[in-house]
Design a protein around this ligand. Structure first.
Ligand SMILES: *Cc1c(COP(=O)(O)O)cnc(C)c1O
Length: 372
C-alpha cells in the first residue's frame, strides 16, 4: 500500500488534521523545498541557533539566563532525559496521569526506579484543586505533568499545579509538547522548572527535534550536580555547547533551520494573534460539531485539539474511511477509547474553510459506516 500525497497532476491531496506532524505553514514548506542542508560546525549555523534560542525564550516567557537543551530525538526521549537529569532514585515524585502521556512519565520512573506516587484521572475526570489535598505536606521533590494530556485533549489548569508546587517546595516539570505555541503558557510566571517541547507539534515543523527549557534554579541545584549514566542525554554537555550556538552531537540540521523560520513566523505575527487564530479555528470546528452525533468532553480543552466522543463504536472506522477514501488524517486514539474517541487538531495551516471541508467528509464517512 502506498501513501498518496499528490494526485496525478501534482496537486496535494493529503490533508492533515493531526497533532504532529501537522499541516505545515506554506512559508515553511517553501523553505524546505528550496533549501539543502548546510554543514553546521560554522559561525553561521551557531548564529541561527542563538537567534532561535532568543525568540524561543521570549515566546516561552522565560529569562535569557534560562538554559535550553536542543535534543535530536522525539518527545519521549526529552521526557526521559529531563527526568533522569533532574531526579534520581533518592527523590520522590508526584505524577499526574490522565492518559497515555501521563502513563509515559510513570513508565519512565519505573524504568529508573525513581520512587513516585500517581494521581490518576479517569477518562472525563477534571483535575481540580481538591484532588491535591492528600498529596500536601512536602512529600515530594518534584511534580511531572503533561499540561495538555494530548491523548484525551484535557488542558490542565497550570495555576492549580503551580500553586501546589510552590506550597510544597517542589520542582515543576511540564511536558508542554501538546500545548506550547497552541495555548497561553508562561514558564517563569508559572514557576515551571523544566518545560518540554517538540518540533512536530506547536512549532509545526518536521518531527525530530525536542527542546527542554530549564529554570536557573533547577539548573544550578540539580543539573550541574547530576551524575547521569548516559552520554547522549547528559544535559550538561548540551548547555556547555550552546554557549557557542552548537550542540554536542550532529543535530537534525534541517529541522533546526525550520524551527528558526517557524519561530520568526510566529513572532512576526505576534504570539497573541497566533494563539487567537488557533483558538478561532478550534471554536469554529466545535460549533460545527453540534450537528454531529458526537459529544465533546466537558473538561477544559487545549486550543490545539478537539476530542470527539462517538456514542457508538465507530470512531476507528471513521478514521480509516477518512484516511483510505479521502486522504484526510485525523488522530485515532489508542487503548480502551479506540472505537469511541477521535481527535482533530487545529494547528498549522488550517482554516475555517478546511473545517467546512473536513465536516463534509466526516458526514460522508458516517454515512459509509452506517451502510456497512
Ligand atoms: C506528542 C507528545 C509527546 C511526544 O511523543 P513522541 O512520539 O515521543 O514525539 C509527549 N507528550 C505529549 C503530551 C505529546 O502530545
Amino acid at each position: 500500500m502506498s501513501i498518496r500525497i499528490y494526485d496525478q497532476w501534482g496537486n496535494k491531496v493529503m490533508r492533515l488534521f493531526t497533532m504532529g506532524p501537522v499541516e505545515m505553514f506554506e512559508e515553511i514548506k517553501q523553505f524546505r523545498a528550496d533549501s539543502s542542508i548546510p554543514y553546521f560546525r560554522t559561525a553561521e549555523f551557531s548564529e541561527i541557533m542563538l537567534d532561535t534560542d532568543k525568540i524561543l525564550k521570549k515566546l516561552a516567557g522565560t529569562k535569557d539566563s534560562s538554559q535550553t537543551i536542543y535534543l535530536t530525538a522525539s518527545g519521549t526521549a526529552a521526557m526521559e532525559a529531563t527526568v533522569v537529569n533532574c531526579f534520581s532514585s533518592k527523590d520522590r515524585l508526584l505524577i499526574i496521569n490522565g492518559g497515555t502521556f501521563g502513563q509515559r512519565f510513570v513508565d519512565i520512573c519505573n524504568r529508573y526506579n525513581i520512587p513516585h506516587d500517581v494521581l490518576t484521572l479517569k477518562f472525563g475526570e477534571i483535575l481540580t484543586e481538591n484532588q491535591f489535598s492528600s498529596y500536601e505536606g512536602n512529600k515530594y521533590e518534584g511534580l511531572l505533568i503533561n499540561i495538555h494530556e494530548t491523548s484525551t485533549g484535557q488542558l490542565y489548569n497550570i495555576k492549580i499545579v503551580s500553586d501546589f508546587c510552590k506550597r510544597n517546595h517542589m520542582y515543576l516539570v511540564v511536558d508542554a509538547i501538546g500545548s506550547f505555541l497552541c495555548d497561553e503558557l508562561h514558564m517563569d510566571s508559572s514557576g515551571i522548572d523544566a518545560m518540554i517541547c517538540s518540533s512536530q507539534k506547536g512549532f509545526c515543523v518536521e518531527p525530530g527535534m525536542s527542546i527542554v527549557l530549564l529554570s536557573n534554579r533547577i539548573h544550578e541545584e540539580r543539573i550541574i550536580h547530576n551524575d547521569i549514566n548516559s552520554l547522549y542525554f547528559d544535559f550538561k554537555i548540551y548547555i556547555e555547547n550552546l554557549e557557542r550556538g552548537q550542540t554536542p552531537f550532529t543535530p537534525a540540521v534541517g529541522i533546526c533551520l525550520e524551527l528558526n523560520k517557524s519561530l520568526h513566523y510566529i513572532d512576526k505575527l505576534g504570539i497573541e494573534r497566533h494563539l487567537k487564530n488557533i483558538s478561532d479555528v478550534a471554536q469554529d470546528f466545535r460549533k460545527r460539531m453540534n450537528l454531529f452525533p458526537v459529544s465533546i468532553p466537558e473538561y477544559p480543552l487545549s486550543n490545539a485539539l478537539t476530542p470527539l466522543y462517538f456514542n457508538e463504536d465507530i470512531a476507528y472506522k471513521i478514521f480509516e474511511i477518512l484516511k483510505n477514501k479521502y486522504n484526510i488524517m485525523v488522530n485515532p486514539t489508542g487503548g480502551h477509547l479506540e472505537n469511541r474517541l477521535l481527535r482533530v487538531a487545529h494547528i498549522g495551516q488550517i482554516t475555517k474553510e478546511d473545517n467546512e471541508m473536513l465536516c463534509r467528509y466526516i458526514e460522508l464517512a458516517i454515512d459509509v459506516v452506517r451502510e456497512i
